[in-house]
Design a protein around this ligand. Structure first.
Ligand code: NAG
Ligand code: NAG
Ligand code: NAG
Ligand code: NAG
Ligand code: NAG
Ligand code: NAG
Ligand code: NAG
Ligand code: NAG
Ligand code: NAG
Ligand code: NAG
Length: 577
């Protein structure tokens, strides 16, 4: 890999500029969790995310193995006694994405504004539950292995790598990329979903033992995107560990698994890229390809030796090289046709890239000395760990089904409430693919369930649900990949109903095995193209959840100027999935 260093590479070092690095915390409290897991943590001061002084927040690490330290950030439930509240974990996907995405863009207690100030999120999921955000596997987000001072180099093909700086002084050619980072070490992280599960379990054991007061009233798990892999496998692992009755380990009473816009089954979901853009298409009346591109996409998918054949070969033989090659073929020649021809955001078809939504101002916030010391950070944060992404790529985990659907089936059989949902403007893990996956789970009674409207307290219909007993699939309207950002009220109410063991449609029926929604076989509502944007939005646009798009004032400004000026171009990171 060749790095395109600027000519400035030859120039002098900036003297004494070591302040770009993170000062390791010295104020962490030690505790021993369940299963002998060591935990180090601190109370996060009011104002760093949660603004209410009566609602406590803690961050820290579970030391799950030598040189493997998994970061967590916990928030007490609001408006109730947190020692009586349920506990919910949220993790993002990637693989390699930090869960600070979920915390700050989606369902956490705060967001960060363009001036770098946190403000309260009234639709925080902590309104209904204690919330625990975990960065995993090791090296993702604030989870660290062996830390080095370094900078980020970008190669000619756009790949980013961390280069360590032996003398601890930031060279000027490093620009503003200097920081403290985990050494990219593939043996100090996971490279498949299955082998990430044990350290996730250990982190829960550590947290629950250090904070038993917050872990008393049921455990719920929530995720999205690559969480379609993590969610089923990690939770089935939890059930297996429970069954072993390991001395010193805590029985985790898993009640709910929520997965939004999941990546479960590549064989199904690579086909869904065709369905979403060509036939039967999306519900935004957006049919972007001409006949020749449609034919090209079809051939890249179904032609002999192409995507589907390769993924099938991966399923049949399970060889790393085959799975990895299949994934790369499908990503480049099936999934990416959308990017190549349309320039739209894969995570929200309604917008072009760079998409100013969801806001990413919190990344700079998390990289300030004030916040780093408040949460006890050892390293700078990046949205996505390329080391972890590369580790998973080497095994082709993305193109393996990995037993996700069977694990969901088992969880349903074990009495866990499995709640799948999908924002219907997301292309990446689109709802058509998620809907097929939901059917394959073969939850008892589900084939007889029909779609009915979801009613929420604002009396606006935000989607439909199909549910049988404690298994449901919801389609959420006017929403990209990160549903709690686009539909915060509906997401919070769906979450409350899910963890309360109530029906998703109304939240008024206590679920029993025979519960069944009677409705249409297909969800046929069409948004049409009213919220489709046909120009790039200014980087400082604000999203209006009543308009389901940018605030009008900025739309007019953008109209007046033609294409918006993008101050945040290229700085935005997104989950791989
Ligand atoms: C890393 O953290 C340091 C210390 O707070 C900060 O000065 C630096 O700008 C951060 N680096 C990046 C790339 O954000
Ligand atoms: C926690 O343990 C570490 C390592 O054993 C020690 O250096 C540190 O002082 C301890 N912290 C507290 C608050 O006791
Ligand atoms: C969530 O809790 C906060 C803090 O108590 C409150 O201001 C807000 O209105 C609540 N949100 C909802 C949707 O009830
Ligand atoms: C990676 O981690 C392993 C296990 O701790 C260690 O043996 C090895 O030296 C590390 N490699 C690098 C390049 O740091
Ligand atoms: C795609 O469309 C075909 C034909 O209508 C259908 O058989 C298949 O189940 C669909 N798959 C997905 C993932 O939407
Ligand atoms: C179809 O669309 C592609 C991509 O925009 C373009 O390159 C090609 O010329 C078009 N083909 C026809 C026949 O219009
Ligand atoms: C994945 O990780 C396992 C366990 O650490 C290791 O044995 C295996 O060699 C790794 N596979 C690849 C392709 O790196
Ligand atoms: C469901 O909601 C739609 C609006 O999305 C509405 O037109 C329809 O009448 C509702 N159906 C029922 C049965 O209430
Ligand atoms: C939006 O859809 C309407 C029909 O509902 C159509 O007339 C119009 O051309 C579409 N607009 C764009 C920009 O595609
Ligand atoms: C957005 O940025 C433009 C120019 O970059 C500026 O004129 C406008 O006032 C900004 N809007 C807001 C809401 O900050």
């Amino acid at each position: 890999m060749r790095f395109s260093l600027l000519p400035a590479a030859l120039s002098i070092w900036i003297a004494g500029s070591s302040s770009q690095f993170v000062k390791a915390p010295t104020d962490l409290i030690n505790a021993t969790g369940y299963a002998g897991i060591n935990v180090r943590y601190k109370e996060v001061p009011t104002g760093i995310c949660e603004l209410d002084p009566n609602v406590k927040s803690y961050s820290g690490y579970a030391d799950v193995a030598e040189n493997e330290h998994i970061f967590f950030w916990f928030f007490e439930a609001r408006n109730q006694d947190p020692t009586e509240a349920p506990l919910t974990v949220w993790i993002n996907g990637g693989p390699g994405s930090t869960s600070m995405i979920g915390l700050f863009e989606e369902n956490g207690p705060c967001r960060v504004d363009s001036n770098g100030n946190p403000y309260s999120n009234p639709y925080s999921w902590s309104n209904a539950s204690n919330m625990l955000y975990i960065d995993q596997p090791t090296q993702v987000g604030f989870s660290y292995s062996i830390i080095t001072d370094g900078y980020v180099a970008t190669s000619s093909d756009g790949t980013k790598s961390k280069i360590s700086i032996p003398d601890g002084i930031c060279p000027d050619y490093a620009g503003n990329t200097c920081g403290s980072y985990s050494v990219a070490n593939l043996s100090l992280t996971a490279n498949t979903t299955a082998n990430a599960a044990p350290n996730f379990w250990k982190t829960l054991q550590g947290f629950m033992g250090a904070f038993p007061q917050y872990s008393r009233n049921g455990f719920h798990f929530s995720t999205e995107s690559y969480g379609g892999h993590y969610g089923p496998i990690f939770n089935e692992y939890i059930e297996e560990q429970n069954a072993k009755k390991i001395p010193g380990a805590h029985h985790i009473s898993l009640e709910t698994v929520l997965i939004g816009n999941g990546w479960y089954d590549p064989l199904i979901q690579y086909q869904a890229y065709y369905n979403f853009t060509v036939w039967p298409g999306n519900t935004y009346d957006y049919s972007p390809y001409n006949k020749s591109v449609q034919a090209q996409l079809y051939n890249n998918l179904y032609g002999k030796g192409n995507c589907i054949d390769q993924v099938q070969d991966c399923y049949d033989r399970g060889i790393n090289e085959i799975c990895s090659a299949a994934d790369s073929f499908c990503a480049n020649f099936v999934e990416s046709i959308y990017d190549d021809y349309l320039g739209r955001d894969e995570y929200d078809m309604r917008e072009f890239v760079p998409d100013p939504f969801p806001y990413s101002y919190y990344q700079d916030y998390l990289n300030t000395p004030k916040v780093q010391s408040a949460i006890g950070a050892f390293q700078n944060i990046s949205g996505s760990s390329s080391a972890v992404y590369n580790a998973f790529t080497a095994t082709g985990d993305d193109s393996r089904e990995s037993g996700t659907i069977e694990a969901l089936r088992k969880l349903v059989a074990q009495g866990v409430n499995v709640v799948l949902f999908a924002g219907d403007a997301d292309y990446n893990c689109n709802w058509l693919g998620n809907e097929v996956v939901a059917g394959k789970v073969q939850a008892p009674g589900f084939e007889n369930a029909g779609y009915i409207n979801i009613t929420t307290s604002d009396s606006i219909v935000h989607g439909q649900v199909k549910q049988a007993g404690h298994f449901s699939f919801s389609r959420i309207y006017e929403s990209g990949h990160e549903v709690p950002f686009y539909q915060p009220l509906a997401a919070l109410e769906l979450f409350q109903r899910a963890i309360g063991g109530k029906d998703i449609a109304t939240g008024t029926v206590k679920l029993v095995g025979s519960y069944l929604t009677h409705g249409t076989a297909k969800s046929t509502y069409r948004e049409g193209n009213a919220t489709m944007q046909f120009e790039v939005l200014p980087g400082n646009s604000t999203y209006n959840t009543m308009l389901n798009g940018p605030d009008k004032i900025q739309r007019r400004m953008a109209d007046a100027r033609g294409v918006g000026i993008l101050s945040h171009a290229g700085r935005k990171f997104k989950p791989g999935r």
